[in-house]
Design a protein around this ligand. Sequence first.
Ligand code: NDP
Ligand code: GDR
Length: 323
Amino acid sequence: MAKRALITGITGQDGSYLAELLLKKGYEVHGMVRRSSEEKFERIAHLQGKVTLHQGDLLDQFSLAALLNLTQPDEVYNLAAQSFVPTSWNQPVLTGEFTALGVTKMLEAIRHTRPQVRFYQASSSEMFGKVLEVPQSEDTPFYPRSPYGVAKAYGHHITVNYRESFKLFAVSGILFNHESPRRGLEFVTRKVTYNVARIKMGLQDKLPMGNLDAKRDWGFAGDYVDAMWRMLQQETPEDFVVATNETHTVRELVEIAFARVGLDYQKHVVIDPAFVRPAEVDLLIGKYDKAKEKLGWEPTVRFKQLVEMMVDADLERVKAGTR
Ligand code: NDP
Ligand code: GDR
């Protein structure tokens, strides 16, 4: 019989790639979606009829338990969250409700209705924040720098705690930044590649940016969802760092993106303090040795290739008049 998976956050970047991967592997895929006055499921439009969508919300614990009862999943991937770091300073309480307590609500629902489930929690390199070690591994202590990072650290620890307290198969993937042409427009990679395409097409001239010196370890989302799946196929539940072990500045990102369309970033990028954060994560670089050894996982797309893939996709979209 086909394995069944339930994905929260299926309408997000990672949810769409994970749904594709699981369908390819023969899974029956269920997704939880929030009710909205207008249904905007662009990222999974091509999967219509192949995945089953159910209304539910991380804030509503009974909706989670009901969904587990209804779908009887073998695996649950908890990808839903308020995931944009700057918003977490404007809406810290909501971020805590979704991104932190939401995890406990799901774990409680699993514990009481379907304890045999294998559970994946979307943890983040933002938990390392003001890093205490370079590069960062599963053993590096956390020092989050935003309400989002703090909320993710809670979600991480409660997942470990439920594994240890109730013997749940619950794992946490500490994923570093991962991007794709499906990335939300406000995140820095997509913001840059989309605006580069618009500038190239003569639709605007300037690109306002924040801190160009921040360094990130950027990978491809398609690679990272494969690591999530591999974590749930292990014999014993363990946590893993998923990264590329390369770090680049936002300035390099901007330089490569503009160069891809034959432009000089210095003529177009302007610094706008509105995009500078109250507290910054200056340097992230992940050590994925454990994932390589135990999961047989490695990234297939490197930084320059990733940026160019995104610029090319955005050029096509802008030419076609879509986003
Ligand atoms: P997105 O922001 O693209 O997607 C977030 C998803 O969560 C959307 O489907 C959104 O639904 C859903 N969601 C938000 N709040 C709720 C709620 N209260 N109830 C139900 N669903 C909700 O994120 P990504 O796909 O990029 O990331 C997936 C997960 O991985 C997130 O938890 C993120 O924090 C984490 N992560 C991401 C990394 C990255 O670089 N991408 C790195 C490390 C961790 P809707 O469409 O309705 O808004
Ligand atoms: P991040 O991603 O905060 O790392 O969180 P984001 O792409 O928003 O920022 C990366 C870095 O770029 C700098 N920056 C800007 N960022 C944005 N968004 N807009 C700008 O104009 C800009 N200028 C400079 C930022 O200061 C920052 O240093 C992402 C999210 O996906 C989280 O959910 C996830 O957990 C982490 O990655 C790992």
